[in-house]
Design a protein around this ligand. Sequence first.
Ligand code: IPM
Ligand code: MG
Length: 402
Amino acid sequence: MARDARRCRSAWHLAWIGDRIRLWYNAENVATFPGGLVLAMQSYHIAVIPGDGIGQEVTPVGVKVLQAAGALLDACTFDLEWFDWGCDYYLKHGRMMPADGLDILRQFDAIYFGACGFPTVPDHISLRGLRLPICQGFDQYVCVRPARLLPGVPSPLAGIAPGALDLIVVRENTEGLYAGVGGRTHRGHAHEVAMQTQVFTRHGVERIIRYAFDLARTRPRRHLTSATKSNACQYSFVLWDDIFAEVAAEYPDVTTDAQLIDALAARCVTHPESLDVIVASNLFGDILSDLTGALAGSLGLAASTNINPTSAYPSMFEPVHGSAPDISGRGIANPMAAIWSGALMLEFLGQPDVADAMVAAIEATTAAGRVLTPDLGGSATTEEVGEAVLSHLTRQGQLLTT
Ligand code: IPM
Ligand code: MG
């Protein structure tokens, strides 16, 4: 596989020089500013794994928008490598990714992921063979899932005011009920037993709560809600509650509340405007983020991260919707969640302006309301929505440069 010499991973290379030196750089990777200031643009080495089902349809559209956004703002380029890992790969090779898959991925700046799982392979095999080993192997402990009601998008909540749904679910992403601890034995007997143990470590709980407080601090409302079920689960969730209270004491500028998950699910529906950032364990965050995504109009808009904030390993960015076998192959999947996930990737990589431009282009597309996929009440295809987002992006780029 070609390792691109243009790659400059660690920092922007700045040169205060004349045109001759500019020739040393690859023109594609260079932005020239008045007075001869030349910036060699950051290039990101990205592993692209479209995976299964509609992942294969939305990922190429997301990549196109990423590339256009980076180029338009003269901000960055992408050195992409595509991987055909997933259920088809499993049927050919007996595994979801090669045995050294994590070693291959380790060298990338980030992973742009589509979806994992298809009816051809049992879900627990596909997920535990690709998506979860990446999250856990790379200690991607932060799953951030924004849900915001965009202009022009109808919510299933009748009469909801614009701006009333604008929240972020921060999901612990490596332990809890996903830790993979447990067993199943005495198969086929009446006394067959299965146990799936919820694992909470002080280290794991504290770091996700801290991340959520730091995030809440950056938002205008500065409010954090903790989701647990401490009344029924007296060990794991009470540890979580204790740590939440300890960490809260360090963030006097952030208001907090802690709520049982069942009541919180109801509150998401009845009073979404009261929520800002929610921090939840792995399974609760999974369920809540499907709920909040649906309330924001469609899972086709719900974006997600799997972040290791230390950058010791690459982080991974993917839409929440999964492979959607019911609509896959029809070219009608909404690419907006994949595009938004790409924006979250760029924000994480240090390109907030490009990320903002991408999200603004999604918003402009929903506000215009003309080119939407069926999940949002339209009849456009995945590609057409991608083109519509691109054209709004281009318009923004022109505004920025005029
Ligand atoms: C999600 C999905 C996954 C998860 C599944 C496919 C394992 O539901 O990203 O929300 O629960 O993490
Ligand atoms: Mg889910």
